[in-house]
Design a protein around this ligand. Structure first.
Ligand SMILES: Cc1cc2nc3c(=O)[nH]c(=O)nc-3n(C[C@H](O)[C@H](O)[C@H](O)COP(=O)(O)OP(=O)(O)OC[C@H]3O[C@@H](n4cnc5c(N)ncnc54)[C@H](O)[C@@H]3O)c2cc1C
Length: 421
């Protein structure tokens, strides 16, 4: 027997992540009776791990047009929503929740405490204060439709109904946070066009063994070129973070989708230039000087003088079979020095893959924006359904743009759901 929950709700929000909590707060602020349903035991699992636990809560670019350029093809789609609730409104919103914001390099904004968990707790406190009913550890299993309207939703044997519904179940990145893509399946079933997600902002996996020796090292101001069949396809400049499985950091994350295209063409080899401002000859002269001044020491003890911080284990491992690192530096031949220079200018690794949903920050894809009302985030196919956050097919880089999209779409959906009631 199915149990119908008879309590009448104005708005039901499905998914207690960033955008869902925002919608529930906004709708309840406006006096609506709101039910928030979350499948995890606690709210905001993904929000808790954002920005490495520091939560890059938004990007404090105040020029609306400049900000929206970061959302690619969705720039025009988002104009109306961001005009209603943009960066400064978001800052005010969180300050009112006692989460002051601090802006750091590249406009990246964080809670002053630099603790993502503080953002989650502040939102939960407001949900409690607003008497939002919260059902946790309870996955929604079905959306029940009559004609072009949602009439109820099922959580196993429980059925809940409201006049408006907000779908905020997020995407598919980091499945352990509850991201299983349920929302995409339902939207498809409801008649929406959904682009299948693939990992988007994600590290790159490499097969080279030396990578493991430098896990955690950040190479500053490097240049990295990507080759397919010896032909250079792309060059990037910036900081590279080595991990035990490959390479990461904002530069790599934000360009992973381009590497994904290259992987379709063939084997992708990346070459890192540790000293992009020096030619091979200039680097060789500098290293020769260092060798002259420190000739009596063993080569292995001089590596730190010319190999970027943290990378010596990699150089040792790569050249292990060709170079005796125990030899006196004064005995190092010109040929051996050349090998070292060559590896510092062309540190090679074979890119195997994008790391996948388990390590992705955002998975792209989602519901086609043509089927969503730009002003309200309401489905143009299902009359009383709103869609928010990672469910929308909007590409953006890392740097606070994803959460801003959640705050804006969550706000607009929450407010317009009440308006429609
Ligand atoms: C490691 C990592 C770091 C990140 N750091 C940042 C950052 O610093 N800044 C930034 O802007 N963005 C960051 N992002 C991206 C950002 O976290 C997401 O864009 C954002 O959380 C998406 O919010 P959402 O509301 O759409 O979905 P989510 O936050 O994923 O919430 C969806 C919720 O719906 C629930 N749910 C799913 N299915 C069901 C169901 N059937 N029934 C009930 N509930 C369900 C899930 O359990 C989940 O709690 C990061 C992402 C990751 C993975």
């Amino acid at each position: 027997m199915l149990e119908k929950n008879t309590k009448p709700y104005d708005v039901i929000v499905i998914g207690g992540g960033a955008s869902g909590m925002m919608s529930a707060i906004v709708a309840s602020n406006l006096g609506a009776k709101v039910l928030l349903i979350e499948k995890n035991k606690r709210l905001g699992e993904k929000l808790r791990i954002t920005g490495g636990g520091r939560c890059n809560i938004l990007n404090a670019e105040l020029g609306l047009r400049t900000l929206l350029k970061n959302y690619g093809d969705a720039e025009q789609f988002l104009y109306s929503a961001f005009s209603k609730f943009g960066v400064s409104e978001t800052i005010d919103f969180f300050e009112e929740l006692n989460v002051p914001i601090t802006v750091q390099a590249r406009n990246r904004a964080f809670p002053l405490s630099e603790k993502a968990v503080d953002v989650v707790h502040a939102m939960i406190n407001r949900l409690d204060k607003n008497n939002v009913d919260i059902v946790k550890h309870s996955p929604v299993t079905k959306i029940n439709l009559t004609g072009n309207k949602v009439v109820s939703i099922s959580c196993g044997f429980d059925i809940y109904s409201a006049s408006q519904y907000i779908l905020a179940t997020g995407g598919t990145s980091r499945p352990e946070t509850g991201a299983s893509g349920d929302g995409f399946d339902w939207l498809r079933d409801l008649g929406h066009t959904v682009k299948t997600p693939s990992p988007n902002i994600t590290p790159l996996g490499a097969s080279d063994k030396w990578i493991k020796t430098v896990s955690g090292v950040v190479l500053k101001s490097a240049s990295i070129s990507f080759f397919v069949e010896s032909k250079r396809q792309m060059q990037l400049k910036g900081d590279i973070l080595f991990t035990h499985f490959g390479i990461s950091g904002p530069l790599i994350l934000n360009n992973a989708h381009k590497v994904s295209d290259l992987l379709q063409l063939g084997v992708v080899v990346a070459q890192i230039d540790c000293y992009p401002n020096l030619s091979e000859k200039e680097l060789d002269i500098k290293i020769a000087e260092i060798f002259n001044q420190n000739g009596s020491k063993q080569l292995k003890n001089n590596l730190g003088l010319f190999v970027p911080a943290g990378l010596s284990p990699a150089i040792k491992q790569i050249l292990n079979s060709q170079v005796d690192f125990d030899m006196k530096t004064s005995e190092v031949s010109k040929y051996t020095r050349g090998l070292i220079v060559s590896n510092l200018k062309h540190l090679s690794l074979t890119i195997e893959k994008l790391m996948g949903f388990e390590r992705a920050v955002v998975a792209d894809g989602g519901v086609d924006l043509k089927e969503i009302d730009t002003r309200t985030m309401r489905s143009l196919i299902v009359d009383n359904l709103f869609v928010t956050g990672d469910l929308l097919d909007i590409n953006r880089p890392s740097g606070g743009y994803s959460l801003q999209l959640c705050w804006t779409s969550g706000y607009v959906a929450g407010a317009c759901a009440v308006d429609k009631k």
